[in-house]
Design a protein around this ligand. Sequence first.
Ligand SMILES: [Zn+2]
Ligand SMILES: [Zn+2]
Length: 651
Amino acid sequence: MSEISVTLPDGSSRRVPAGSTPADVAAGISPGLAKAALAGIVDGKLVDLSYPIAKDAAVRIVTKDSPEGLALYRHSTAHLLAAAVTNLFPGVQCGIGPATDEGFFYDFVVPRPFVPEDLEAIEKKMKELAGQDLPYERQMWPRQEAIDFFAKRGEPLKVQLIEEKTQGQPEVSVYTIKDRGTFVDFCVGPHVPSTNRLKGFKLLNTSNAYWKGDAKNQPMQRIYGTAFFSDKDLQAHLQRIEEAKKRDHRRVGRELGLFTFHPWAPGAAFWLAKGTTLYNTLANYMRDVLFPSGYVELKTPLVYNKALWETSGHWSHYRENMFIVESRDGEPMAMKAMNCPGHMLVFGSDVRSYRDLPLRFHEQTPLHRNEASGVLSGLTRVRQFSQDDAHCFVAQDQIGDEVERLIRLVQRVYADFNLPFVAKLSTRPDEFLGEIATWDNAEEQLKRALDAAGMKYELNEKDGAFYGPKIDFDIMDALGRRWQCATIQLDYQMPQRFGLKYIGADNHEHTPIVIHRAIFGSLERFIAILIEHYAGAFPLWLAPVQAIVLPIADRHAEYAASVRDRLAAAGLRVELDARQEKIGFKIREAQLQKIPYMLVTGDREAAEGTVSVRSRSGGDQGSQSVDEFVRQAQAEVASKGEQVTGLAAAS
Ligand SMILES: [Zn+2]
Ligand SMILES: [Zn+2]
């Protein structure tokens, strides 16, 4: 028998008989690896453990610790789901069942929608099949035989998939679980070797779906599930899902009276009194950060003639995302979806010298984007929003310094919210405008800025915009979820399109470079993230209502009102609950409203000029003079105080 040579990740190689499989290779290394093996990677291709290796190859064994492990495991669990469904619901048609970031799903054509009892029965069947340790077997069938097989079984969708995906191939791969009678599916694979590898899985919910995601196609039912290598990881994930539901900003926003929506203004929030306070607190916080850093604030028009959008390029590339309006004399206009083109006009409205640079324009006016109604969701996908937007106009040799300043601003802002974050540098894509040397110089300056600011970063090669490289920042919330917020984007093109010039030290005209940058991103989306991050229990400096005065009885109402007035005069956001309710009831309500401090006032407090302080997180804090409470509260606001109490903080 002929031998081949397999090279392992450590660089060593060994001789094995031709036709050996990754399972054989794993067994040759150690019994432990043979047991842990899920699949193989042969010359960079992910394959089943049973894949025969025909010629010399580099081989890596995939285990649960491999980067490919979890997706493979979840996709295999999706097959187990399909096997259980076809078993319990004869005549059902299978669509596709991919792994996702959070788990997996599978789409089916069924005579009636699934109900929760179905999911229970299906999951039970999955466990039963997993317990039987049934092998996943890859079989190569002649293409026509596979088409005939699935056609005869009444699975036209599978026939369509085979016809589309395997044109010109003599054979196609199908997978059975146990045998053709139990389950057979057309799939390129690979999968785990057998069902008993699948331990921690759970079906979560169902939704309506369409074949290939197109509403014109066959309606289907999608079952979502998730899977982890251990039950412990699965339980932790399920707990995070529960916690995320409780923290859902749409729910918390309603409970705390922050904002509401109306069908007549889809994707545009109505900010209620408390929400507006929160919104303005963040907007003003950002002003306080930016003004000392050399920014000026502008207010530019919301509606522009299409000539502006033609100059910026948005009319040809972005028009369907903008609200197009018409003036009464027929002038075609569009509502602004971003501030940059307006800022170009402001830059161009005066003679600029190198001495004016960097020139930093900040703006928070509303933007509109014409999102499809189907994708609108709470505050995270909206049609109207504002950004903590700014454009910094710089000379080529100022890029590095300016970006370093920006990174330090990002670091400072996220520290104020106790939000950990990571940076990603995206470099020149294949399709780009401008000179390679200019790009190289810019990328070099960005790297140096990141290093100078002590910022570790991930490198996303070729992921920059066509007009310049960029740095994006992902924040991590209390549930461990990543959200991209801040962005720093270099742009060589837009200043050129608008013909912007400044007079250099050499007395010649030069084109500035613009840096588009935001730290919150959209205020609406950032508030959604904060609501879920803090679970509505905002730290004192952000809380829309910072303290509430609770008189015990009617006779204390006058003193309570005087306490409220003193706090308000000291700049604290304070309310008075003078209703004729029991004090315990008032405290419970204030607690549900997540108000940081409750100040109970009764006979003793009125006589001594004190308040009895209860904190949202720590209960009874004893009594304090009103002045003392004010001093402490102001200090807490100034320090931005209070750490997050979330799952991440607790674990
Ligand atoms: Zn598959
Ligand atoms: Zn911009």
